[in-house]
Design a binder for this molecule. Sequence first.
Ligand code: G3I
Length: 368
Amino acid sequence: MTKRREFIKHLSLISALPFLARFSSNATGRVFSNIEIKRLKDLAKAKNLFYGCAVNNRIFNDYGYDALIAGQCNMIVCENAMKWAALRPTPHTFDFGIADTYLQFAEKNKIQMRGHNLCWHESIPKWLAATITTTNAQEMLTEHIERVVKHYAGQMHSWDVVNEAIDIHANNDSGLRTKSIWFEMLGEEYIEIAFKTAAANDNKALMTYNDYGLETDSEKRRRVLDLIDRLKTKGIRIDALGTQAHLDGVGFVNNFSANEYQLFLNDAADMGLKIFITELDVNDQQLPNNNDDRDLGVAHVYRDFLNVALTNPAVYGLLTWGITDRYSWLDHIKPRTDRLPQRPLPFDEHLQPKAAFNAIADVFERLK
Ligand code: G3I
């Protein structure tokens, strides 16, 4: 039997378990699952790793969703609530109201929290784009980072200080993203300004550089490590690398080299960087419309990627970008042509575990 058939049989069996359990009911005929669904946070912790997810504001009014997060995660990150657009309604106000409630949720459930993000070319408030100049840009950036990092000082596991600063399609020697208000106003220096300001206001949180495409793009990997090397050479504190891992359900298997990615992770580790998988999900746009086939194709990618990423000693944990298909950015930004909702995450829209959940659990359990 081919490895794939074996894998599918293995996963199908496991993924059938919760379903089979549903048929076990007690005297009153109430259907209940007598098989406790595993908790990814426990499986991760048993291997000194964390598991978590990005959370959105439905956490406060979708009680199944928040219970699922509390049960499965020992790390969370706000999908949007700590971005500039969410925290800065006007040039003179900082609104921490909503973001603080996520932190209260995390503290209540003994979950650690990552901050995302302090400096990015997206999620720029309209007033900023309208008022920023080369003269006031540095003050605007440092004031924002100072206020936000100070507000959460000592409470954050890590901060994505700068997000997605590399764009290999940009025509400049360092591969820096030029279509960025921060680059346009301050040049490459904005990156060290951001890291210096963040590090000066929280000596506990791990200062992280976060980017996407590092799983399959060797040019981008090189550019990111070169950038971090330049900054570290100047004495800038960068503690961690965030590899987002927004993977493609079909493209991944054709473009991923386990060996090259492992070498990249080793290079990052040799620079003294901790590594976090920060935004893992699997885009199923190109996969068949049949749920079972799609779910297995997605699970295959989770397994193949995590079997490499999580075996590297410098990787400290993973977050999926969402936890249930009920809420995924992919439906809005990368919808399927057949208009079926995407199925990129470990739990389905009914908050039931999928083959992807079993694949993640399986990798955690098999880790040495
Ligand atoms: O909250 C407003 C709402 O009031 C308004 O009516 C609506 C109108 O468009 O917009 C809502 O804000 C949206 C926000 O998500 C909350 O839903 C923004 O328009 C929309 O642009 C924003 O998209 C987010 C995107 O980042 C841009 O910030 C996605 O949810 C989020 O998943 C995505 O996450 C990024 C990471 O931060 C960085 N890595 C890539 C990842 C995927 O793009």
